[in-house]
Design a protein around this ligand. Structure first.
Ligand code: HEC
Ligand code: HEC
Length: 247
């Protein structure tokens, strides 16, 4: 018998004697461990699986502010389910559904969606507002995108997107290689209100971006993504085409 096995047996014996008269007692209710797939409380599910990236309150995290009420008014449940279940290949957003290799049941994914809507949604917030569609309906045009960028974005992000006095670069190759076209579109529509970045209505106050302008700006940004870095993939239908890198 090796010294290690002898040691282990000694350790077990010591633990047994420590546990004393409770052994081999019946399990108490607190001993019954819930299986992770039994958890259906949306707040617990969110804080265990999502808060680290999307923020405890669905904002102020490194990942998109999915608790933002404008975001929640633009995105529908199918698109949320798609992103959460399948993830976004090539980004930090992994697939959470068991059917996609993740840890969550479909019921748990639905519980998270309901919880997000219940806690942070304001269904009326875009009433009477002509909001752009969540997913691109028209293909983007990179040249037009450069013009749209100059009109709507350059005041803060600099003429070439490399940053200005207020904010950093959004054409950084590492940033662009870790975000999908839909991820960019989401930011252009919703902004980062948690970091004072305007939504599609407020880049130039009184002059909301059109769906076409949004698609064009995304196409321009996507074209800045270095060719040697594979574009991350959103399974959501985005029609934005990216004709390869500039660098
Ligand atoms: C009024 C200033 C302003 C305007 C105009 C503006 N932004 Fe921003 N943008 C910001 C700020 C502030 C941030 C947050 C910077 C940070 O992360 O600290 C930001 C962040 C971003 C990010 C990174 C978001 C993330 O967290 O992944 C992208 C991409 C972006 N902006 C794109 C655009 C595009 C495209 C336009 C034009 C359609 C635009 N912005 C217009 C201020 C602005
Ligand atoms: C390790 C970091 C990380 C974790 C954990 C994470 N996400 Fe994400 N999530 C991201 C990133 C990064 C993106 C942007 C992906 C892209 O570029 O399209 C994203 C995108 C999303 C989107 C789509 C946003 C859009 O474009 O409409 C949803 C919805 C979402 N996450 C929900 C969740 C939920 C719910 C959880 C927990 C079950 C979760 N995420 C956990 C990083 C994370």
């Amino acid at each position: 018998m090796s010294a290690r096995v002898t040691f282990s047996i000694g350790l077990i014996a010591a633990l047994l004697s420590l546990a004393g008269c409770n052994l081999p007692g019946k399990p108490t209710p607190s001993d019954i461990v819930r299986r992770p797939t039994d958890i259906l409380d949306p707040v617990t599910l969110y804080s265990q699986n999502c808060a680290g990236c999307h923020g405890a309150d669905g904002k102020l995290g490194p990942a998109p502010p999915i608790g933002d009420p404008v975001y929640l008014a633009v995105v529908n449940d199918d698109a949320l389910r798609d992103a959460i279940s399948k993830g976004r290949k090539g980004t930090a957003m992994s697939a959470f559904a068991q059917s996609e290799g993740g840890m969550l049941t479909d019921k748990q994914v639905d519980a998270i969606i309901q919880g997000i809507r219940q806690r942070w949604g304001q269904p009326q917030i875009l009433q009477g507002v002509a909001a752009p569609p969540y997913a691109a309906k028209v293909p983007g045009n990179r040249q037009q995108g450069a013009a749209a960028f100059a009109t709507f974005c350059a005041s803060c992000h600099g003429v070439d997107g490399k940053g200005g006095p207020k904010v950093g670069s959004i054409v950084n190759p590492h940033y662009l290689s870790l975000i999908t076209d839909q991820g960019l579109r989401t930011i252009v529509i919703v902004g980062r209100p948690d970091f004072n970045a305007p939504d599609w209505r407020n880049n130039v106050p009184g002059h909301p971006m059109s769906d076409q302008e949004i698609s064009d700006v995304v196409a321009w940004l996507a074209a800045e993504r270095p060719a040697h870095m594979a574009a991350p993939v959103s399974s959501s239908p985005t029609t934005t085409s990216s004709p390869g890198g500039l660098h």
